[in-house]
Design a binder for this molecule. Sequence first.
Ligand code: SF4
Ligand code: SF4
Length: 485
Amino acid sequence: MTVQALTSFRAREHHRFEAAGKPFVYLVPSAAIYELDDTADAVLRTTAQRACTRDDLLDALGDRDGLDSTVADLLRVQAIAHVDQPTPQTPKIIPLAPFPLTTMVLNVTNQCNLSCTYCYEYGEDKIVDTENGRQPKFMSEETARQSVEFVLKESGTNPAAHITFFGGETLMNFPVLQKTIGYARARAAELGKTVDFSLTTNATLLKPEIIEFLADNDVGVTVSIDGPREVQDKFRVFNNGTGSYDVVAPKIRELLRRHRSRPIGARVTLTSANLDVTRIFRHLTEDIGFWEVGFAPVTTSPDRAHAIGDGGYDRMLAQFRDLAGEFLEASVANRHHGFSNVKETLEELHKGVSKAFPCGAGLGLLGVATDGDVALCHRFAGSDTHKVGTVRDGIDRAAQQTFLERHHIANKTDCSVCWARPLCSGGCYHEAHTRYGDTTHANLHYCEWIRGWTDVCLKIYGELSVRNPGFLAQFDREPMTEKIS
Ligand code: SF4
Ligand code: SF4
């Protein structure tokens, strides 16, 4: 194929990166990753600097075999485009209802026995009044049973459903949690389905009989913990201000000793005062014994003292990069490394995830408040503004449809030219609500961080594809799961 001599081309819709000494490209429209040959790499680098005609390319690159077919291929995958060709609009395809529910997050209580200063649920940025609001402080057994019926019905033809218990502090309503698991198992069996269970806890209320129950029932556990004593006790305090580290550490060790059927993970909230990612990781994996650790920057409005500013995101990225480097070397040697943020992103890259919506909220994932109101996700549970049904009456399809229409990536003009959009898609709605007062807003305050982190993960992916492709093959065997943060 001959490319027209007078047409000019420009780079578009891709992100070039290098790994294992080779050039790679991440193609935005398809979310595919390819290793580049010399000619394709030279065309991308040249057209990234300036618009080039075919003759310009010949001048710059010399007379290479395959130049025309390479240019044609790069045009086809939209890595380059004719200069006068407008940027294609992202098609606005809304999934057809009924969309099967895969994960239901059940807020079995909206009460907590800790008073973590940064908490989105109780701090200055809260959406729902859990103290004086109309909702019960604890979910009843009856509402929990109705929720089980709801998820089994709304999971449609899916053979499996996932229930994750959340709070407040989840274990403050352990009796209902316990009965709900038994009920859900029995009802799922009657319908020929299975249910998988997990929960998030601050670990303060763990005791031998609870740990025994969680182990015997194969319940996945994520512990919210921030790190070593002085880090944990800065924010994760009881109502009287005392730190929680000395209470939770022995209980977590007991949980890890007894509950061996599923990997137990830690979930760390990073703040401006708490950004020592590597040290926290070491403590939680080596001193405490967690299998994996995931980090998330605090969700808060920018004027709070604990909010992470631009410099903080740079520091965080540098530390994530170091830890991701360790993850790479361990993975090349087929050794486990518990930095779960990198593994989750590698899985998305490997599966070619390209999101029209940033997460499953309002789609395959819904949150249920203590009174049975259904919301976009657990973080909005109990908010009338973000309600999309009730467990008794089912999903309000009109409200769900309106939500999907308004939140589609096609509406986010800043994101339409961003190469990181297949994975980010504008970012968490709750973060946007807290930051901008509007769930439809793209999270433009952390774009540099998202692009920086995606670039780190692409490089790890490229390295692994050369040095240990077998590592990536594990993702072919595992179905994608909703991540709860
Ligand atoms: S929020 Fe920022 S990083 Fe994310 S897709 Fe939009 S522009 Fe890109
Ligand atoms: S990313 Fe945000 S909106 Fe989505 S499920 Fe998580 S907390 Fe909810």
